[in-house]
Design a protein around this ligand. Structure first.
Ligand SMILES: Cc1cc2nc3c(=O)[nH]c(=O)nc-3n(C[C@H](O)[C@H](O)[C@H](O)COP(=O)(O)OP(=O)(O)OC[C@H]3O[C@@H](n4cnc5c(N)ncnc54)[C@H](O)[C@@H]3O)c2cc1C
Length: 434
């Protein structure tokens, strides 16, 4: 790992750009800004860029990403990315950033610096070494090579716009730091132990930005009166499920679903969680069939072998074997009931369970387990083409701090790098035109 200088901050100098937050978005914004300023031939004194990072080192969440293996991006065309951020509005906001620095360019950038990649069958892209540290090392080395000052332990406590510059009060600096442009890239609120404690919301709102209430995303669901704890570990690949709120269907999804000890998880549930709230009902197709089809197939099975156990018929209609007996019991019948003795009301209850098993959401997994944040700095006040604030000249915003969150599979890191690149380039462009 390259040595990182101790936090000796220079309050007298005017920084060209201060980046608050040393995650992937902030590091990449600093790299993009410093590279663009160097390209434009500005003298070193006029292109000082620093990253203020409150933690003991930058990129702690990056190091934890993909269980330490870092699912950097997804193997898909950039246009397919846009559907993976929770709706058309979010996708179209990210379009300029993702097109400006698409997945192929991100991989090329790292390849040019010695990182090779492996693509999984499901499209997830990881460094071939499976080490997030290899990704972080390259970012740190590049930043240092470009003369970016990385300042661990420098928590930005407050930010004001002061004449033509920003003043940032930061830990370790005896006086506020001054900068001509400012990039806020403090992340969201999930996994606060890795530094993203929501500081950026206070900093952005002090500068006039509206904040869409942050909510846990990529979060498992805790289910009220959960009756499936004995089946924890059972998964339903590509399962269909609906979300009901106040009796009304508000969303339909499909994806891999996992039964846990406390509720539901798996990529399908994690991706849908941004649109799920406590009190919602998730109705899961346990058998992979709709009610009518399941009823017909079950009737056919029971008529074919009326003396056989119902649980066997249930298993042959698509319900995992391990769950079939439990489902018969949950429907109110004896586990050993045969087709001939199976009462109509139990059959109907079983059909409802198999075709749309209801799970009432008690809560989403808390902030220290959710892997992303939905909500954040309202997009209406940020230009998608430059990521410049529409309210404060010279201010740029990047990464998970913004009101965008991606599906699992590499979409969040790609968004962090792409928005970081755009914010950094835009800050440099603003500096060059002044
Ligand atoms: C466990 C886990 C695994 C994940 N795995 C993946 C994955 O494999 N693939 C994927 O695409 N996404 C993954 N994600 C999501 C992804 O890591 C984030 O979306 C991404 O890191 C966001 O980047 P960011 O730079 O915006 O914010 P962050 O990475 O959160 O970085 C923000 C930085 O700002 C610093 N900071 C905050 N406030 C201040 C302040 N006041 N002053 C100075 N510094 C401050 C923080 O300490 C932090 O270092 C994962 C998330 C988690 C929690």
């Amino acid at each position: 790992m390259p040595d990182i200088a101790p936090p000796v901050l220079n309050p007298i100098a005017l920084y060209a750009c201060l980046v608050v937050g040393g995650g992937p978005a902030g590091l990449f914004a600093a790299i993009a800004c410093a590279a663009a300023l160097a390209e434009r031939g500005l003298p070193p004194g006029a292109r000082r860029v620093a990253v203020l990072e409150k933690g003991p080192r930058p990129g702690r969440k990056l190091l934890a990403s993909g269980s330490g293996q870092c699912n950097l991006t997804h193997d898909a065309d950039v246009s397919d990315f846009l559907d993976n951020y929770g709706g058309a509005e979010k996708g179209s906001f990210l379009k300029p950033a993702l097109h400006g620095f698409p997945p192929g360019s991100l991989l090329e950038w790292f390849r040019a610096r010695g990182v090779e990649f492996a693509v999984e069958a499901n499209g997830k892209v990881f460094p071939a070494s499976r080490k997030a540290l290899d990704v972080l090392r390259v970012l740190e080395a590049e930043a240092l090579a470009l003369g970016v000052e990385i300042r661990p332990g420098a928590r930005a406590a407050s930010v004001t716009r002061d004449g033509d510059a920003f003043s940032v009060a930061a830990a370790g600096a005896p006086e506020p730091l001054r900068a001509r442009t400012l990039v806020l890239a403090t992340g969201g609120r999930s996994y606060p132990r890795l530094g993203s404690e929501g500081d950026g919301y206070a900093l952005a709102s002090a500068l006039g930005h509206r904040i869409v209430e942050p909510r846990p995303a990529l979060a498992a669901l805790l289910v009220k009166d959960y009756r499936f704890a004995d089946f924890a570990g059972l998964s339903f690949p590509g399962a269909r499920f609906a979300v009901r709120r106040g009796g009304k269907k508000v969303a339909e999804h499909s994806g891999d679903v996992l039964l846990t000890h406390e509720g539901l998880s798996g990529p399908g549930i994690l991706d849908a969680s941004r649109g799920i709230a406590p009190g919602d009902l998730v109705e899961l197709e346990l058998a992979g069939l709709g009610a009518e089809e399941f009823r017909e197939r079950l009737s056919a099975e029971l008529s074919r072998a009326p003396t056989a156990y119902v649980k066997n018929a249930v298993a042959s209609c698509g319900v995992p074997k391990r769950l079939a007996e439990g489902l018969v019991e949950l429907a109110g019948a004896e586990p050993w009931v045969t087709g001939a003795a199976f009462r109509r009301k139990h059959r109907e209850a079983l059909v409802r369970l198999a075709a749309a098993c209801p799970f009432e959401v008690e809560a989403l997994a808390p902030w220290d387990e959710a892997m992303a944040t939905a909500g954040g700095v309202a997009l209406a006040d940020v230009s998608p083409k430059t990521l410049a604030s529409r309210l404060v000249p010279g201010l740029f915003l990047a990464g998970e701090l913004l009101d965008v969150d991606g599906d699992s599979g590499g979409y969040n890191l790609q968004a962090a790098f792409s928005t970081g690149a755009l914010a950094g380039r835009s800050a440099a462009a603003k500096l060059s035109t002044e």
